[in-house]
Design a protein around this ligand. Structure first.
Ligand code: BGP
Length: 494
């Protein structure tokens, strides 16, 4: 096979998020986010969000239920629970060492997020937290010292708790202004160091609930669409502001690339796939890239009894806040069917569906599908004609640290290699792909389960599911493999 070469300045790197990696949850003047009150779990159990009722009795709700606090209750860290995000894998105290390791792999770009409560502890303060500002400045400067370009996610699920608990979070349009203030601050502070910005991580996760549980009562779904809309408006305002004030910035969206196939060639299955992808992917992509809701949005609003005026009030704002770059996460694919006798257990990242008999599945039940990456790159390219970056991709797997400090992870190399090949094929197809940052390039806490044992990294971190471990770093076999891939600009895949 003749492989198209990767473009000369292709941005090879890795991706992380503050809430899962940074730690230092109560240091440096940082406030809290909901992840600080979220317990660890497993693939079989759900993470819990913990609080204290007004009468002082403890309470919990299931993270997946998107529950809320009872009246008078306060989010609280409770005895007897373990909160893995408090430490993450401690970037807060290991940033120099970690960045040196990224540089050793040859990273051109490093995706990380800023923790909003580290900048504005409650989100509402007049002035930002200087210690928080200094922390990220040191990190960005260190990255530049090695010639690594920072790619910053502004919001990776960590709205300050005060905004969530006292202001009703993203249901409240005031949150849009607080987010704008936070963005203006970090643009001003880091405009000389950061050029690539993503406004919201996996913005479509706001509508995860109806995607995971079709048939929910409309009262449960309505807030999801309102919150998502307010995030769209916040994103668009900030993109416009950046375009006007920082023309050198590249502003991107970040969407979980819902990639689905019909399970059968029954035309009803084809329509069902189209519907799912419209709702899960294009609904968000169209707003952020085309600056307007797609025509099928009206049908969705009708279905959930949502007033179109709510969404249409920001038409001008959305039109003026189109992103420059389409970035997305891609882990797996699933199958859609209307056939009632098929179990929907093909697990996945925001994309439950039927199992695909042609694919292998990971230990966490996620399909492994490199061709799906080529497919979705082409789909997105055709629809938006924007430069693209894959900013999350990888295999969550069990790893074993050997006595000599080595970690042999051929399964991860196999996964990544297949996906890099798929990227090369997509480039050959003509897509405009400018970078690749595999997820959790260093081991970190899993978002869905809170586990440490579900590892994605090329760097192993000694930390277990109960928070025990030295936090020492070890190079896995995939570290050396990826180093070669980058050094050869994607031509030596081992
Ligand atoms: C995405 C999130 C990441 C990340 C990833 C892997 O949804 O943007 O934060 O964690 O999924 O998922 P998990 O950690 O559940 O394996």
């Amino acid at each position: 096979m003749i492989m198209k070469r990767f473009p000369e300045n292709f941005l090879w790197g890795g991706a992380t998020a503050a809430n899962q990696y940074e730690g230092g949850w109560n240091e440096g003047g940082r406030g809290t986010a909901l992840s600080d009150y979220t317990t660890g779990a497993t693939a079989q159990t759900h993470r819990l969000v913990t609080y204290l009722n007004a009468d002082g009795t403890p309470g919990v709700y299931d993270q997946m239920s998107m529950g809320t606090l009872p009246k008078g209750a306060k989010y609280a860290v409770l005895d007897g629970y373990y909160y893995p995000n408090h430490t993450g894998t401690d970037f807060y105290h290991h940033w120099k060492e970690d960045i040196a390791l990224f540089a050793e792999m040859g990273f051109k770009v490093f995706r990380m997020s800023i923790s909003w409560p580290r900048i504005y502890p409650n989100g509402i303060e007049e002035t930002p937290n200087q210690e928080g500002l200094d922390f990220y400045r040191n990190v960005f400067e260190e990255l530049h010292h090695y010639g690594i370009e920072p790619l910053v996610t502004i919001w990776h699920y960590d709205t300050p708790t005060y905004i969530e608990a006292e202001m009703n979070g993203w249901m409240n349009r005031e949150t849009i202004s607080l987010y704008e203030k936070y963005c203006h601050t970090i643009f001003r502070e880091y405009g000389d160091l950061v050029r690539y910005w993503l406004t919201f991580n996996e913005i479509n996760s706001a509508i995860m609930l109806p995607m995971f549980f079709p048939g929910l009562p409309k009262e449960a779904v309505q807030p999801c669409y309102i919150k998502l809309h307010n995030q769209f408006a916040a994103s668009a305002k900030v993109v416009k502001y950046a375009h006007e004030n920082y023309p050198e910035f590249t502003m991107g969206c970040m969407i979980s690339a819902i990639t689905n196939y019909p399970l059968t060639c029954d035309p009803k299955d084809i329509l069902a796939v189209q519907d799912k992808v419209q709702r899960g992917l294009w609904y968000c992509g169209d707003v952020q890239c085309r600056g307007a809701y797609p025509s099928f949005a009206k049908k969705i609003w009708r279905e959930y009894d949502l007033d179109p005026a709510y969404f249409e009030q920001d038409a001008e704002i959305l039109k003026d806040g189109k992103v420059d770059l389409f970035t997305f996460s891609y882990y797996n694919t699933s199958c859609v069917t209307t056939h009632k006798d098929v179990p929907l257990d093909g697990g996945g990242n925001l994309s439950l569906g039927a199992k695909n008999p042609y694919l292998k599945y990971s230990d966490w039940g996620w399909s492994v599908d490199a061709d799906g990456l080529r497919y979705i790159l082409n789909e997105i390219n055709d629809r938006y004609q924007l430069p693209m970056m894959i900013v999350e991709n990888g295999l969550g797997a069990f790893d074993t640290l050997e006595d000599d400090g080595s970690v042999h992870d051929p399964y991860r190399i196999e996964y990544l290699k297949a996906h890099v090949e798929a990227m090369a094929e997509a480039l050959e197809d003509g897509v405009d792909l400018i970078g690749y940052t595999p997820w959790g390039c260093i081991d970190l806490v899993s978002a869905s389960t809170g586990e440490m044992r579900k590892r994605y990294g090329m760097i192993y971190v000694d930390m277990d599911d109960e928070g025990k471990g030295t936090l020492n770093r070890y190079r896995k076999d995939s570290f050396d493999w990826y180093k070669k891939v980058i050094a050869s600009n994607g031509t030596d895949l081992g």
